[in-house]
Design a protein around this ligand. Structure first.
Ligand SMILES: [Zn+2]
Length: 320
């Protein structure tokens, strides 16, 4: 009786140890294989873009960005594409040439994640409280450069730490040419590139927009919940687990961003990571001349980059 009970105890102990080892394995294996996302590097990418000045179609900075993408991205990825499409400018009716760029990793793999961000900046600061500023082009440190800064850093990180799943990094032009309040006049680059995207198409997509605010707060955006609630859940779970509690478990307002346009034109489940209260509920630098690098931080870019990195390498581990 005593012996049996001892055996029983030992068995229980063995089971507990196995369970413990299993959980340690589950928790540590992905963590060990997740590379470090460098927020300072991302912030440098943000500064470089802002150094080009405003980057709306036709501007000098727009041309500099095209050079940056075509020089920087091809050595880092397996397949690089540039899509040039002329569009009618919704504000002034002339024809402008948009360039969307796609950097693909493992281009034939079915399981793939797309990360997208827009690289153009708004031609006018039409939300500026000072009337004289409202025709001035914005620098777009947060609205434009921040999402691209994370994507450029991820492009380098993926080149140095290869994955087996497919990754599509989409750098979108012509997001911010819209006429305020006119539906369909924003997200023109995504609309143009949607029918041209190669197969296999992404399993899901995550859009990064206005992710660099130094007073960061992300709400669960309305269309994202509608289009891909499981992805929102997964991203927010990862963020909170990593200690990034600026990813709030609160619902946000609907925002017609590139994730909406992509979903409407391709059916790819897509979410938006966006902090629209820039910097907070009382003040907003969105579409004003105040959208400059000093309002953004390396720490904020780091948070978003680290969450995206964790997601990519977790998915990679799951699909091994
Ligand atoms: Zn904008």
């Amino acid at each position: 009786m005593k012996l049996k009970s001892l055996n029983k105890m030992l068995n229980i102990k063995n089971v507990s140890i196995s369970v413990l080892i299993f959980f340690i394995y589950l928790n540590l294996l992905p963590a060990q294989s997740v590379p470090y996302f460098d927020g300072d590097r991302a912030y440098k990418h943000l500064q470089t873009q802002c150094g080009f000045g405003p980057r709306y179609p036709g501007s000098e900075g727009h041309g500099e960005m095209i050079k940056l993408f075509t020089n920087f991205l091809p050595p880092l990825c397996d397949e690089f594409k540039q899509y040039k499409t002329p569009v009618i400018h919704p504000m002034h009716g002339d024809t402008v040439l948009l360039s969307n760029f796609l950097a693909r990793y493992n281009p034939t793999v079915e399981m793939r994640i797309m990360l997208l961000a827009h690289w153009d900046t708004r031609e006018i600061a039409d939300m500026d409280t000072i009337k004289e500023n409202q025709n001035t082009p914005i620098i777009g440190a947060n609205d434009g450069a921040s999402g691209i800064a994370v994507l450029l850093t991820l492009a380098e990180l993926l080149a140095n730490n290869p994955v087996d799943i497919g990754i599509d990094l989409l750098f979108v032009d012509g997001e911010d040419m819209g006429v305020s309040g006119v539906a369909g006049s924003y997200g023109l680059g995504t609309k143009e590139v949607s029918p041209l995207l190669p197969y296999p198409r992404p399993t899901y997509a995550i859009c990064l927009d206005m992710v660099g605010d130094s007073e960061q707060e992300f709400l669960m955006e309305y269309f994202s919940i509608q289009q891909a609630s499981h992805i929102v859940q997964q991203v927010w779970d990862i963020a909170n687990e990593l200690g990034y509690h600026q990813f709030k478990r609160k619902f946000g307002i609907p925002i017609e961003d590139d994730h909406r346009v992509l979903f409407n034109h391709t059916g790819i489940p897509a979410i938006d990571i966006i902090d629209f209260n820039y910097p907070n509920k009382d003040t907003n630098y969105w579409h004003t001349i105040e959208d400059t690098p000093d309002k953004c931080s390396a720490e904020s870019l780091q948070a978003v980059g680290a969450v995206m990195t964790e997601l990519i390498y977790l998915e990679n581990w799951r699909h091994k």
